[in-house]
Design a protein around this ligand. Structure first.
Ligand code: KG4
Ligand code: ZN
Length: 371
């Protein structure tokens, strides 16, 4: 085996939402994972306030980078590359990370890699369970996305099999927590309450699970409305709302659909393992039910530890290191943040990079020249 010091040493910066994350990895080894969160500053608003998040990133950026380098025991000059989330996410928040990454890359003379937040949520599992199998079947469940993805190479090929047609899974957790007055973010607190509740107490609907529904798409907005109405009816009748049972029954409806569809996708595609990533992958019940159903179906489950599921810088560094290892073209210093970067673009190469799009443009101009 190659000396691990031959593996790329990459710093990753994540600022797509309210976490300022800076990670350092060498190949698939995690060296540091520093996170500064502005979550407390948003709590009283019941959701992330973009301007507040951007300002917090700006204040936390340099100290968090310094802390990550110190924790990793490496000097900035030793790095082989700087990776940064280029999208998707909040535009102003992304801009802070992208600007910082460019400044460090330029000052240190290191290659810059603009990477996709969603692909990073998948790639992070390499830090926990080693190289991803190819293809990888991934269930990606976060605050902004819920998709089933099939990837033959996490740096270049990510194909959506299905996605949510309305709310993301994490968004549903956040909204129901708000209706139950449990605060923000909703996922962790619902997870906690649900542990003491009965998941079979209330039969909430399972969206898009009918025989004619799209096999791999998700829908959580009907469930959300149904839970909200159920709570309203209890309150209108002057009865106590059984918060633990509502939390457990709601959570069960979400994770039942997620795991059922993910296992089905693995079987249909002949993939013998399932990766689950994104903030909702930290959910205790999702992890347990996925384990149970995967075992029954002979599928190997890969889920990173909870701290690596929610937003962090290590995931960005992990994908950046994979980019370096696979000789992907760096981004140029004109890299811009793209708040709606599609999941199908794991990496944002520079204008001079050899990409399919670029070939296409080149050919068109040649045609024009000679015709
Ligand atoms: O990946 P992430 O940290 O940020 C985005 O990229 O969106 O995901 C955040 C989402 C939030 O909606 C949060 O409520 C949810 O993940 N979440 C959870 C848990 N921890 C975080 N949902 C369910 N159970 C959890 N334990
Ligand atoms: Zn995320």
């Amino acid at each position: 085996m190659a000396d691990s010091r031959d593996e790329p040493l990459v710093l990753g910066i994540e600022t797509s939402c309210d976490e300022t994350g800076v990670g350092v990895v060498r190949g698939t080894t995690l060296l540091a994972d520093a996170v500064a969160s502005s979550v407390d500053e948003h709590a009283r608003f019941g959701g992330v306030v973009p301007e507040v998040a951007s300002r917090a990133h700006l204040e936390a950026m340099v100290p968090t980078i310094q802390r990550a380098l110190k924790d990793a025991g490496v000097a900035a000059s030793d790095l082989d590359g700087i990776a940064v989330t280029a999208g998707p996410g909040l535009a102003g928040a992304l801009l802070v990370g992208v600007s910082a990454a460019k400044a460090y890359a330029y000052a240190l003379g290191k290659p810059l890699y603009g990477v996709n937040h969603l692909a990073s949520h998948i790639c992070v599992d390499q830090l926990e369970h080693g190289a991803l199998p190819e293809p990888t079947m991934a269930l990606l469940v976060s605050g902004g996305h819920s998709s089933l993805l099939l990837s033959t190479d996490i740096t270049s090929d990510v194909r959506p099999l299905g996605s949510t047609i309305d709310d993301a899974a994490g968004e549903a957790f956040d909204k129901i927590a708000r209706v139950l007055n449990l605060g923000f973010p909703g996922g962790p607190v619902i997870d906690r309450y649900a542990r003491e509740g009965d998941p079979a107490a209330i039969a909430f609907p399972r969206g898009l699970t009918g025989p004619r529904d799209a096999a791999y798409d998700f829908s959580f907005s009907g469930l959300k409305t149904s839970v909200a109405r159920w709570i309203e009816a209890k309150r209108a009748a002057g009865e106590d709302v059984p918060v633990r049972d509502v939390a457990a029954s709601f959570q069960e409806a979400v994770v039942d659909v997620l795991t059922r569809k993910a296992v089905r996708a693995c079987k249909d595609e002949g993939v013998d393992h399932l990766m689950i990533g994104g903030g909702v992958a930290a959910n205790t019940r999702l992890r347990a039910l996925a384990q149970e159903r995967c075992e029954r179906a002979g599928i190997r489950l890969r889920v990173p530890r909870p701290k690596l599921c929610t937003d962090n810088g290590a995931m960005v560094a992990a994908l950046g290191a994979e980019m370096v290892a696979r000789n992907r073209a760096p981004s140029d210093l004109g890299l811009s943040a793209d708040s709606s970067l599609p999941v199908t673009e794991p990496h944002v190469p520079g204008a001079g990079a050899h990409s399919h799009d670029h070939d296409h443009v080149h050919e068109v101009s040649k045609d024009n020249l000679y015709s």
